[in-house]
Design a protein around this ligand. Structure first.
Ligand code: SF4
Length: 284
């Protein structure tokens, strides 16, 4: 029997930490003065080099993330140039853009320039959203996800658990994500930072397992279900549980503003558990 395959995805924060929005879980908001590295546009050459490294570690997906509420002309152009440069030099790497609110025209432009997929998370339930962000609406997030699908990009949409929401909110969030039928879904578990207004994470491993199982049930068995941010906090040394619950993808390397495990340690973990690293991404 073939062993279960796990898909690896890597993230590159190509414009960090300069956002005027007030998402209470996000260290990139300038309002909370979190102690993170902040820089403007990363050099395209550096982005390409980092893509090559991610590919050499087995990443099938590579996500180009920019801080800020959404796309403007300058950002669209930057992401498109980065995508083109990577596609020219690195074969078989699915490129995902994660640049916030986006309209159809912007998304179409990214698609024309080599972006395969767009990540936009619903973050939490529609009901709880006002408690975590006051500067833009949940509805706007949902709209961007629909725009992604309408231009023919594949959709990557998930959320963050453990931000003080109730069980009902978790169910509602998962149902809303499933209603968009995304090709991939990242589940993040809140990583507290002393600078942020949300002080603690209200989810533990057993509840996270329930979330993963429920997500798998609602999304169907073909889709990518990724445990992204917070994996090290909740599943360190016990990753097998999350894979058995239905997860089939992880992020390797660092997250946006927090450090992850070394890629080699994660690959060793997968090997020890008897999983293979996937070498083709059939959903894209
Ligand atoms: S819009 Fe994005 S970058 Fe800005 S604060 Fe919210 S999550 Fe962070």
């Amino acid at each position: 029997m073939m062993s279960k395959q796990i898909f690896l995805c890597a993230i590159n924060n190509i414009l960090s930490g300069t956002c005027l929005e007030d998402c209470k879980f996000c260290t990139q908001s300038v309002r909370y003065h979190a102690d993170i590295e902040r820089y403007t546009y990363k050099k395209i050459d550096q982005i390409v080099q980092e893509a090559k490294i991610a590919k050499s570690h087995g990443a099938l997906g590579y996500c180009l993330v920019t801080a800020g509420k959404g796309l403007d002309d300058k950002k669209v152009d930057f992401v498109a140039r980065a995508a083109q440069a990577i596609k020219k030099e690195v074969a078989n790497l699915t490129l995902i853009a994660c640049n916030g609110t986006a309209n159809k025209e912007q998304l179409g432009y990214l698609k024309e320039h080599g972006i395969d997929s767009y990540n936009h998370n619903l973050e939490t339930s529609e009901r709880y959203y006002a408690a975590i962000c006051s500067t833009h609406s949940w509805g706007e997030r949902y709209e961007t996800c629909k725009n992604v699908k309408s231009v023919g990009l594949t959709l990557c949409s998930g959320g963050i658990f453990g931000m003080g929401e109730e069980e009902e909110d978790r169910d509602e969030l998962l149902k809303s994500i499933a209603s968009l039928s995304p090709e991939s879904t990242p589940l993040n578990f809140y990583h507290p930072n002393p600078a942020l207004p949300i002080k603690r994470r209200n989810i533990e491993q057993d509840e996270a397992i329930i979330v993963i199982k429920q997500a798998r049930r609602l999304l169907g068995k073909e889709r990518l279900l990724m445990v992204a941010g917070g994996r090290e906090l909740l599943f360190s040394e016990q990753e097998e549980r999350m894979f058995e619950a239905g997860a089939n993808a992880i992020v390797i390397g660092n997250y946006l503003t927090t450090k992850g495990n070394k890629a080699s340690a994660d690959k060793e973990m997968l090997r020890t558990l008897g999983y293979e690293v996937a070498t083709r991404c059939d959903t894209h």
